[in-house]
Design a protein around this ligand. Sequence first.
Ligand code: B12
Length: 232
Amino acid sequence: RPAAHAAGQSARDETLAVDPRFLPLALSILRGDAQQAEANAQELLGSGTTPLDVVNKGVIPALEEVGKRYDSGAFFLPQLISSAETAQRVCELAMELVERSGGIASKGRVLLATVEGDLHDLGKNVVGTVLKSHGFTVVDLGKDVPSARILEEAEKGAFDFVGLSALMTSTMKRMAETTTEIVRRLPGVFVIVGGASVSEDFARTIGAHGYAPDAVSSVRLVESLMASRKNQ
Ligand code: B12
């Protein structure tokens, strides 16, 4: 690897706005090095760092940086995919620890799905793992999920939220149909939506209760919707 490239990259890495204790983990996620990221996470967890801190201070800043680098053209698709998968692995590891220690009381139940016709699931998976790490129970139906299946699961699962993801203009219509049906049939359930093609305006137009542009704001969104329900 040319020295100039290595130097440029590491100079850039050092400017990452991450608590120094979490820097090795964040850098492993940026590099998509799952093995190293797991080792870094194990070390942090082993020395008493809470799983939530591992996610908030290590995983989330790294993912934000991945997003920036992808948008600016510094990262390409394979890097985006391996970083997202590495982040997911670290979140799973953190969750295993939470579960082994008896779990924490669930803050709410979320059903997630990417709508029918849409195979993009990286972003939804990130949202799911970040919500889980913040104490929500998450059931993920996967990608390309027909509306009928989402409704059926939502009806029987006593969920507080249904989170729908769509990345393509062609699948936004599905998202609208599914949202309308859930709102009509399950009045106690909040529908939240997201994905690259979705906007706050679109969410409002289709009657969803909320929209979040990324995983961090989806935590704020579900927490504020839960609070609004309690205040009623
Ligand atoms: C990765 C990718 C793929 C991968 C998907 C891998 C996977 N397992 O997900 C592969 C290569 C398979 C793929 C295939 C295709 N893709 Co593609 N893909 C992308 C790409 C480059 C990045 C998406 C991504 O993962 N981003 C990273 C994640 C972390 O971000 P995110 O998804 O936006 O999620 C965040 C937020 O949106 C939000 N969020 C997401 N979901 C939810 C849900 C809720 C409830 C909430 C609250 C928040 C939330 O939080 C997430 C985390 O912060 C985008 C371009 C782009 N800039 O979006 C194109 C893009 C989405 N793809 C596109 C297209 C056209 C296709 C194909 C049709 C290509 C083809 N000709 O084969 C196929 C379609 C297959 C199908 N039927 O779905 C177009 C869609 C255009 C459009 N407007 O309709 C895009 C925009 C590229 C482009 N500019 O043309 N793609």
